[in-house]
Design a protein around this ligand. Sequence first.
Ligand code: ADP
Length: 488
Amino acid sequence: MKQKLSKEERRELERKQELEEKILSKKREVVYKEMIKAQKASLREDKTAPNDVFISLQHINKIYPNRVQAVFDFNLDIKEREFIVFVGPSGCGKSTTLRMIAGLEEITGGDLYIDGEFANELEPKDRDTAMVFQSYALYPHMTVYDNMAFGLQMRHVPKPEIEERVKKAAEILQITEYLDRKPKALSGGQCQRVALGRAIVRNAKVFLMDEPLSNLDAKLRVQMRSEIVKLHNELGATTIYVTHDQIEAMTMASRIVVMNKGYIQQIGSPKVIYNHPANTFVATFIGSPAMNIIEGTFKKDHIELGDVVSIKVNKETIEAHNNFYKEEIEKANNRIEEIKHTLILYEETKENKKGEQPAIDIDAINAEVESDPEVIELRNSIAHYEDCLNNKEGHPILFGIRPEDIMEKTSAVLLKNPSDHMKLKVSIAELLGNEYYAHIDFLGKDVIAKVNAELNVEKDQILDLTFNLDKYCLFDKVNGRNIKPYKE
Ligand code: ADP
């Protein structure tokens, strides 16, 4: 039996763990810096751009001078004419990534290619990108015309050509009648059009837009959203658009990149992201109201959600489940090996600095690996994954279902694959005009169903509900990843 620690002992243990963590992160930093140095030393000529890709971001990392790592191992290939949207909560690294593409922020590690050229060290002006910011950044003392013409004048474009380009852009954006006005005589929407116009006249290959609509009111945002999409269809310039608004991402993007805490969570078309979220973060960030996530138990051939509903799972899902857990075990073991490798590299760097042959004590390193907090967590995860594969009693799982896939009996008649009916009580009914958001207390959790407004839903009413079983998701309880196979 474990002995209970006294307060003093616990504090001492925490102090020790903190110290170990500090030492370890210091060691990783040393190795990382070496890695970056080696990367920077490699010659520019050695870098060859990948084929058939217009912009390529390969293993991009960003560490700010204050040591905040804003972006981790960002990988993305963008084709010409694509409309890519980076979406995620505030502070997840979207703007940092965009600014690295624009050349406004130095890339700490990784390679950036734009139109076949290694672009890490290119000056912003040589990247042929045009940026549109949230704060329109217009010159207040200049007219709309001059604001749009200024960049071209600085590049010594001949006057008649400037005039032609500005007039054409003004026509596209329907701001011709404001060309003589100053920004203070314009509305927010008109200012943002001028900012877009300034980008259009550049004839740039790439448009980079950083939350361009965030300063506008809701109605204008919806209008400008479709205008930007139309503009993209017309001009065809490759566009990267940053927003924290999932609706903008869903409605505008040809492909969405969902980010959280500096990491890419998923890349895919709006349809794929919505129907096959890679994890619970994406599942609950995209879509409104959010996907309902319900705790359940995965048994040999069915899923139980308390004693309310039992869902039979098909062979394909069982196979996907088993493959998922085998892969997770392999990934965790690989990560442990990677950590060990980092520590060995650290020892080698340290020894080499003294000019001596490295003498590496593998036993000491193994012991250090096993006391690494990340490894301890990985070992716990492996034990959990093995339990999910082998425990005959079943294991916990997260069952995800979107509000529109929980249906009232009468509207579910045409479902190919419904669950058993459940009689559930409404705790709150929110009317949105054409539908209700019916809040239901389901196994102690607030679950939302979208119900047709013709039904007249009220508080405390008992609804006869069913799940659309063609649409549910299953996530691992510990790491939140989607275990169901994705089909295009
Ligand atoms: P987002 O665009 O998704 O809101 P950012 O890319 O602006 O996120 O920021 C990502 C992280 O980097 C945040 O934690 C932020 O505080 C930090 N950060 C951004 N700019 C700087 C900077 N110039 N110096 C230090 N940290 C920064």
